[in-house]
Ligand binder design. Structure first.
Ligand code: SD4
Length: 309
């Protein structure tokens, strides 16, 4: 059966991101261009407090971004703890295409971005600054399940029927008309993290992995758990052994839960996977993880992932 041209993203804001990716995929464009364009949408969205500009800062009030991008041939690039540049995903792509390296971090990542012509910006919006000052009153650090639930009353800005909007890392996987897969992942990481903390999103094999022979996977949630389990690589390897995307995500989630029987109830990790036929699946520890799928038939599907609890 021929592969289906399709893009899938984590969370409800993946719907808008998918539209930008589809503008490229629908014209016969490349998956790599599509996932970069898609990831840039929440990066620029000031209302999204987990990705790009407008993201919540670390414990010291600094916004630091993590991002990675990977294609079907195993080419990949990433930035970690990048300050002052909104489109971390585009910097990650430059690392992939214009350096002999895979991952640049901190000041070196910023220096490279500026050399590449990216604009230096203040990423801390007044709203995020206010939320940080509010947090400083207790300075109690505990990752919140599904990051943030904002109540929009009658309907969300995306026009979704439910009044709630979850905001978290965006991971995106796409299959193009040439049969090529690509993936992208971008985030401001856990709010109020220690300065210098790097999550799973820029770690190839943790927050993102793509293998053109098999498929791709990406993750959201508590990055430390995903790094410990080499989560996205595991999902891809499970698909290689014959699991469907859904089964592979479920098994990767269960590995985390089995290792943390006492605390797994308090953390969220979600995986999203796409195989090389364009089939999509997801699974999470907790309920509440949703993913958006867009293809020629349905442009704005939003599906709830199944979960352990
Ligand atoms: C991280 N996985 O930095 C990312 C962020 C995230 O809920 O998804 N937060 O750990």
């Amino acid at each position: 059966k021929p592969a289906t041209v399709r893009v899938a993203s984590t969370w409800d804001f993946g719907i808008a991101a998918n539209q930008a990716a589809w503008a490229i995929l629908g014209q016969g464009g490349h998956a790599l261009d599509a996932v970069e364009a898609g990831a840039r949408v929440p990066e620029a969205d000031l209302k999204n407090h987990s990705v790009g500009k407008g993201g919540y800062p670390d414990r010291d009030g600094k916004v630091t971004l993590d991002a990675s991008i990977m294609d079907a041939e195993g080419n990949c690039g990433a930035v970690a703890a990048l300050k002052h540049v909104t489109h971390a995903i585009s910097v990650a792509r430059r690392v992939m295409e214009r350096t002999p390296h895979v991952l640049l971090a901190g000041d070196g990542a910023l220096q490279f971005a500026l050399e590449q012509g990216f604009k230096k910006e203040n990423l801390l919006t007044p709203e995020a600054d206010q939320a940080w000052h509010e947090w400083l009153k207790t300075a109690h650090y505990r990752p919140v399940i599904n990051s943030e639930v904002r109540d929009y009353g009658a309907g969300s800005p995306d026009g979704l029927p439910g009044g709630k909007d979850n905001h978290d890392t965006i991971g995106m996987l796409a299959l193009d008309a040439h049969g090529k897969l690509a993936g992208a992942c971008t985030t401001s990481g856990m709010a109020w993290k220690l300065h210098g903390r790097v999550g799973d999103s820029p770690i190839i094999g943790a927050g993102l992995y793509v293998d053109g022979e098999v498929g791709g996977a990406t993750s959201t949630g508590v990055g430390e758990e995903v790094i410990r389990s080499a989560g996205s690589f595991l999902v891809v390897e499970l698909m290689r052994q014959g699991r469907t995307p859904t089964e592979a995500c479920r098994e990767a989630v269960l590995r985390i839960v089995r290792k943390k029987p006492k605390t797994a109830k308090e953390i969220q990790v979600g995986f999203l996977a796409m195989n090389r036929d364009g089939e999509v699946g997801a699974w999470a520890i907790q309920p509440g993880f949703s993913y958006a799928v867009c293809d020629a038939r349905n442009q704005r599907a939003l599906l709830p992932a199944k979960s352990v609890y």
